[in-house]
Design a protein around this ligand. Structure first.
Ligand SMILES: N[C@@H](CCC(=O)N[C@@H](CS)C(=O)NCC(=O)O)C(=O)O
Length: 202
């Protein structure tokens, strides 16, 4: 199968990690969705990555759908629990982490605009979303809703979101007073799948 995406995208990283952890062979097709040469729209009318083209030629897009598709292949280790309510909880954590990625991406795009056109209030709005969501994740671990040694679709997504915050230096103080989240992120970053998908050092 082919994964279409950019090495800097946290959404793409999440999917690469799922494939690597399950030992699924794939071809990575590098595509920069913001460049004029991007062919992302050929796979996803929204022009976003990641997209996945299966060996049968089917094309799937939007990372939660890709994650679900990969899980449905039935290859161990399971990254989504089988029990429906537990599965929903993990997918909700994924949705929250994806929202952190969206807010970080919006901040990066805003900061890339000429200084005079940047909106301070928009940057603040996005920063608040990120901070509230990180607090929520810290509380999930503190309250035992995420086990300290958990490794599943939800925690992979959280670690990818944090990796993107670090990479783009968005919310640089995110680790202050979130010790459980720091531990969770460090445990994930030490895995080979995370090492192999680190964004390029620009
Ligand atoms: N909801 C999408 C978000 C994907 C996304 O925003 N990807 C960014 C790269 S990090 C993108 O392709 N942006 C191009 C654009 O918005 O035109 C997913 O989970 O796959």
């Amino acid at each position: 199968m082919k994964l279409i995406g950019s090495y800097t995208s946290p959404f793409v990283r999440k999917i690469s990690i799922l494939l690597l952890e399950k030992g699924i062979t794939f071809e990575f097709v590098n595509d920069q969705p913001y460049s004029a040469e991007s062919s992302a729209a050929q796979y996803n009318p929204l022009g976003k990555v990641p997209a996945l083209v299966t060996d049968d030629g089917d094309c799937w897009f939007d990372s939660p759908i890709l994650a679900e598709y990969i899980e449905q292949l039935g290859i161990a280790p399971a990254m989504i629990p089988r029990e429906p309510e537990a599965a929903l909880a993990v997918k909700q954590i994924e949705a929250l982490a994806d929202g952190i990625m969206d807010a970080a991406l919006t901040s990066v795009r805003e900061q890339a605009r000429p200084a005079a056109q940047q909106s301070e209030s928009e940057l603040l709005r996005q920063r608040e979303k990120i901070n509230r969501s990180l607090d929520y994740c810290e509380a999930l671990i503190r309250d035992g809703k995420i086990a300290p040694d958990a490794f599943d679709l939800g925690t992979i997504a959280i670690a990818c979101a944090i990796g993107y915050l670090n990479f783009r230096r968005v919310a640089p103080g995110w680790c202050v007073e979130r010790p459980l989240l720091v531990k969770l992120a460090e445990a994930h970053f030490s895995r080979e799948s995370f090492a192999r998908t680190e964004p390029p050092k620009a």
